[in-house]
Design a protein around this ligand. Structure first.
Ligand SMILES: [Zn+2]
Length: 486
């Protein structure tokens, strides 16, 4: 309510005044009004480059040059009709099953393979991409950073594993805190409006974006553990969002005299035929109390009852009581002993005991140390294991007074590190999206059954297709199914 006390003109004048003495001030590319901005365009580019490097490192890029080029084509087209056409826009596919799309300052746009699996036509794609470019055009991230700086809030939030072990997140050095900042509902509304505007200007049916928001709402949230936030956790849902999008779309349709706006379903679906769906076991999976990493060909046991979280750069395993954790990762460089020394230096650890050892024939360095954290003294058992020119690292953390409870679990996991011996464990393949052609006119339910979809998966598959099970489809229509990898 308080906001209403200052009318927009007065607010503009006030900002212009503030800008006379503020560190920097800019004209918003979308509103054309001056705004207080502590982040310059050069800062944006720099923040973008840094965040991009972190995103690539933390989450990994999905390796499909053709699909990436296809998406980049849309990105450039949208940029052309956007309010900031001159930024060097670049689109990347993040190798994550999480359903999300996001933009960081400087023109970096990301779509996860998860969201690509759930999109159903080019009109939806362009709408969502337009929404993300809208955030960039209206400098929402830059605004957020300015607000964060004003509030003196650090951006290195990272991912906090468990509150008792907050220290772990410092060790993990996550640099992607920016992705965890939420936009305000007003920013979301504006990004929606801009998405509709850009999609309409490119001749697409912008109401499709609203349909996609409905599909998102039908999904089960929080199903992934990769650490990347989902769309819903970073995009507050404005009230009546779908209605607002439909209304704006109709306005643009009339303004532009759009007769038959494009949806382009088949051309989109054919592009995502073969897309990896869900977790990719080639990057590690847990089975029968053992963690297997087929790409790197190693395995180690997981303590019974502990929860494992496999991210692109590390594996985190947390005890049921959440007072013990094991982090598994790769050391930067050097020998096992050098990696141990670097750890001691970085964390001002005091070494309790250390020795050279071997783990299943591999040269290794074992160290027990203590680190003073805000939560008290932590005991840390570490193994640095040399293999194929790399040093694999385990850190087992627990409050020092509980070390005896967890020492044997730590040791069993770390000393169980070995080559994968069972060839069957190496031959895993991810599930993939396959595009099928409906052979008869009928319900979505019937069509999915024809393709061998199990009863318990029918609803999920209908959501994936952006349809209801009782919706009717024509013979010859394309439909998505998920098939096990071969
Ligand atoms: Zn948004």
């Amino acid at each position: 309510m308080a906001k209403r006390l200052i009318n927009p003109v007065a607010k503009g004048a006030l900002l212009a005044l503030l800008c006379l003495w503020a560190a920097s001030c800019a004209t918003n590319p979308v509103s054309g009004r001056p705004e207080l901005m502590l982040v310059s365009e050069a800062d944006e580019a720099q923040i973008g480059r840094k965040t991009d490097a972190d995103v690539v490192k933390e989450y990994g890029i999905y390796d499909d040059p053709q699909l990436t080029a296809y998406l980049n084509g849309f990105c450039q087209e949208i940029a052309r009709v956007s309010h900031r056409p001159n930024l060097p826009y670049q689109l990347k596919i993040v190798d994550s099953p999480v359903v999300n799309a996001f933009a960081v300052p400087g023109g970096y746009i990301y779509f996860t393979r998860g969201i690509l699996a759930y999109l159903n036509n080019e009109a939806e794609l362009v709408g969502v991409m337009g929404h993300e470019l809208g955030h960039v055009a209206a400098r929402h991230s830059a605004e957020q950073i300015s607000r964060a700086q004003l509030a003196n809030v650090g951006l290195g939030l990272g991912m906090i594993l468990v509150p008792e072990l907050r220290y772990v997140s410092d060790l993990a050095q996550f640099g992607v805190g920016l992705l965890f900042l939420k936009f305000s509902r007003d920013d979301e509304r504006q990004a929606d409006d801009l998405g509709v505007e850009y999609a309409s200007k490119l001749g697409y049916d912008a109401t499709q974006m609203a349909d996609f928001f409905e599909s998102l709402a039908r999904m089960e949230p929080g199903s992934s553990r990769s650490g990347l936030p989902e769309w819903f956790s970073t995009h507050p849902n404005p009230v009546d969002r779908e209605k607002a999008v439909d209304r704006k779309a109709e306005e643009w349709r009339q303004d532009l005299g759009l007769r038959n706006p494009k949806v382009s379903r088949d051309s989109y679906l054919r592009r995502i035929d073969g897309l990896v769906f869900g977790d990719d076991p080639r990057g590690g999976y847990e089975e029968g109390g053992v963690f297997y990493h087929p790409s790197l060909r190693f395995q180690f046991p997981v303590p019974s009852g502990w929860k494992l979280n496999n991210t692109h750069t590390q594996v985190q395993i947390v005890s049921a009581a959440k007072d013990g954790a094991i982090i598994f990762t790769l050391a930067a460089k050097g020998s096992p002993a050098e990696a141990a020394r670097a750890f001691v230096q970085q964390n001002r650890a005091s070494v309790v005991e250390q020795s050279n050892t071997r783990v299943n024939g591999l040269p290794a360095f074992r160290m027990l140390s203590q680190v003073r954290s805000q939560q008290g003294v932590l005991a840390i058992l570490s193994y640095f294991i040399q293999r194929d020119g790399a040093v694999y690292v385990f850190h087992g953390f627990t409050p020092a007074n509980r070390y005896r409870t967890y020492a044997s679990a730590f040791s069993a996991t770390m000393e169980g590190f070995s080559e994968i011996r069972d060839a069957a464990k190496l031959r895993v393949e991810p599930k993939r999206i396959r595009i099928k052609t409906a052979s008869a006119t009928g319900t979505v339910r019937q069509s999915l059954r024809d393709f061998g979809v199990k009863e318990e998966n029918l609803e999920k598959l209908a959501i994936l297709n952006g349809m209801g099970l009782d919706d009717r489809i024509q013979a010859g229509s394309l439909i998505k199914v998920v098939e096990p990898g071969k």
